[in-house]
Ligand binder design. Sequence first.
Ligand SMILES: [Zn+2]
Ligand SMILES: [Zn+2]
Ligand SMILES: [Zn+2]
Length: 256
Amino acid sequence: MSRQLMLLGTGTSQGVPIIGCDCEICVSTDPADKRLRTSALYSENGVNILIDVGPDTRQQLLRAGISHLDAIILTHEHNDHIIGLDEIRPFNHRQKKAMPIYALKRVFDELSKRFNYVFDPEPYPGAPKIEVHEIKPYERFEIKGVSIMPLLIMHGDLPILGFRFENISYITDAKIIPTKSLELVKNTPHLVLNALHHVPHNMHLNLIEALDLVKVINPGKTYLTHMSHKMGLSKVIQPQLPDDVELGRDGLLIIC
Ligand SMILES: [Zn+2]
Ligand SMILES: [Zn+2]
Ligand SMILES: [Zn+2]
């Protein structure tokens, strides 16, 4: 049994560096300070599942050398998590089938507005082809034998999804993790969790809040994601974190 999760992007919605920003982090030459928009690839026994399909999807999948995708699961409909949907076309062509997408009904409603041509009953020949699978929090589902528990997560007032796989839990864009979801991820061997920066934010956990949740969840190892340039330089922040908490970095492979 082989299981792994690769962090494809660990940056917040504008990415790091931010266009035109000359702060110390945005001009850093350390690869650990370069963050594409948050996304990950979970693989179990050769089944490849992409988590979110943001604006950097093409670059991320090329960089990771991904030639095969079995499905896409979506956390929520913000553009930094879905606006790369058009990039699935090479997989449609090579795999000769529609791409299965798993998401909340509300997310599909939003996708149909932003990508109306994908949902057209008579799409033009080159349009991306998707297969709609609506999922709900706490209703376990399977993709080619990979079992996934969708978790309710509160992103400010917006209910979104996190995902618990066998040995790793993936939570991004959280502000509050409801009790039932906390119970389902408690003692998870690996945890990916968002931490935006240091000051409070109404939609996202900041670093202190994320570290407090890590104490409650008690994972074996935690990787932080969805970071802004205000998190600070990786080489400065990493030594200040507990031993079992790592700043995520683009391309990081977690064997789980
Ligand atoms: Zn986001
Ligand atoms: Zn900056
Ligand atoms: Zn969001």
